[in-house]
Write a protein that binds this ligand. Structure first.
Ligand SMILES: Nc1ncnc2c1ncn2[C@@H]1O[C@H](COP(=O)(O)OP(=O)(O)OP(=O)(O)O)[C@@H](O)[C@H]1O
Ligand SMILES: [Mg+2]
Length: 385
């Protein structure tokens, strides 16, 4: 499907004779509104009544499992797919009826498909050319776009004479050269190795800050989402599951799906015993634990997420100072900066803990008896779904 996107981008988005970019420029400050947008393909509902308001200049990341509707949503914003319901607006103006080339949105799709027979400069100049923009101004813009991605010195190279990361940056320059109001990026870093990916991430973020354009970025990679975004929208089965700032989503996931999808979690299911003085007492696995006060009444079911890095592993009991269960190490790994422990406990089943290496146990081994400990405010309450 991704290759199809790339060719659609070239054949439709930058069709010869398209209107000049300036014709569709929106007022500075206008945000993008995705308003109850749906897309059906026959009986498949790819996107269902999704509403997201994106202020101008925001870096919004859409994160979600495969098939959750991320690409479909981006394709509708771009204009390559028509919504079956809802509206898309820039400021107060609906853009649903506008063809892609009149939306003035830059696009980078996975696979980045540069024209192989064109030099870097020609690739970047292409969207200007199809918009009828030639001459010294276009040359200047191409140079600026290439400088923005730090590739000015490679303008005469062919794509095959460049590294993957460099080609990726050419694709970015090509999406930015006509000063788009919105930049749509569908897993643009997917093909890069880890190190290159980190480099391009930093560049992309810096570019976003310099340009002030709205970025709508799709990724599978949760770390990428957490480190780059102003806000993250999590999609599941064509619906928006939760949206918020990275720290908000990570620290206060709304439900089990979000807690599991964005980062990892231990889950503790139990029943509230009572709440008072800032503390909720709950029972799980026939033991009582404490959490920061949450709005559950005595007898109500509770579900908490507990991030692995908020769990400590000790060889001695905290003697009631912390929430604690005992267990046996069933698996452990060393990652340089940290250890990961998997501990089988009688009360709460298998629990995972990520412990900074400098705090790690002196000589961890499988089968060793340990105490799994966590502070009261380490757990966050979740809705049941
Ligand atoms: N042209 C189409 N015809 C029928 N169904 C489609 C079409 N395009 C997408 N779908 C379906 O819509 C759903 C959402 O697809 P979409 O490509 O938006 O997912 P995605 O979140 O981008 O997934 P991935 O992470 O794998 O790229 C999927 O169930 C997919 O099979
Ligand atoms: Mg996709």
């Amino acid at each position: 499907m991704e290759a199809g996107h790339a060719s659609a981008e070239m054949n439709v988005g930058w069709r010869a004779g398209a209107a000049p970019a300036s014709a569709s420029r929106v007022a500075a400050g206008a945000g993008l509104s995705i308003d109850r947008v749906s897309k059906r393909y026959g009986s498949v509902v790819a996107v269902q009544e999704t509403t997201i308001d994106i202020p101008r200049g925001e870096f919004l990341t859409i994160l979600g499992p495969s098939g959750s509707g991320k690409t479909t949503l981006l394709m509708m914003v771009a204009g390559f797919e028509q919504p079956t319901g809802g509206d898309l607006r820039v400021g107060a103006k609906s853009i649903v009826a506008l063809p892609p080339e009149k939306r003035n949105f830059g696009m980078v799709f996975q696979g980045y498909a540069l024209f192989p027979h064109m030099t870097v400069q020609q690739n970047v100049a292409y969207p200007l050319m199809v918009r009828g923009q030639k001459g010294p101004d276009a040359v200047k813009r191409v140079k600026q776009a290439l400088d923005q991605v730090r590739l000015g010195h490679l303008a005469d190279r062919l794509p095959r004479q460049m590294s993957g990361g460099q080609q990726q940056r050419v694709a970015l320059a090509r999406a930015l050269v006509f000063n788009p109001d919105v930049v749509l990026l569908d897993e643009p870093l997917g093909a890069l190795d880890r190190k290159l990916r980190c480099e391009v991430q930093i560049e992309l973020k810096a570019l976003h800050e310099r340009l002030g354009a709205t970025f709508l970025f799709v990724t599978h990679d949760q770390e990428e989402a957490l480190s780059m975004s102003d806000r993250i929208a999590i999609m599941r089965d064509g619906r928006l599951e939760q949206i918020g700032a990275p720290g908000e989503l990570y620290e206060r996931p709304g439900n089990r799906f979000v807690a599991d999808f964005l980062g990892e979690s231990n889950f503790i299911e139990g029943e509230a015993v009572g709440t008072g003085e800032g503390i909720t007492v709950y029972r799980a696995g026939n033991r009582q634990f404490t959490a920061s006060a949450c709005s559950r009444r005595a007898g109500e079911k509770v579900l908490f997420a507990l991030r692995p890095e908020k769990v400590s592993i000790a060889t001695a009991s905290s003697r009631g100072a912390l929430n604690e269960v005992s267990g046996r190490v069933v698996h452990w790994n060393y990652f340089g900066a940290s250890f990961r422990f998997e501990v089988q406990t009688a009360e709460l089943g298998r629990m995972i803990a990520d412990v900074p290496a400098w705090k790690g146990l002196a000589s961890p081994h499988t089968g060793m008896e340990v105490f799994v400990q966590w502070e009261r405010d380490a757990t966050s309450p979740l809705a049941a779904s």
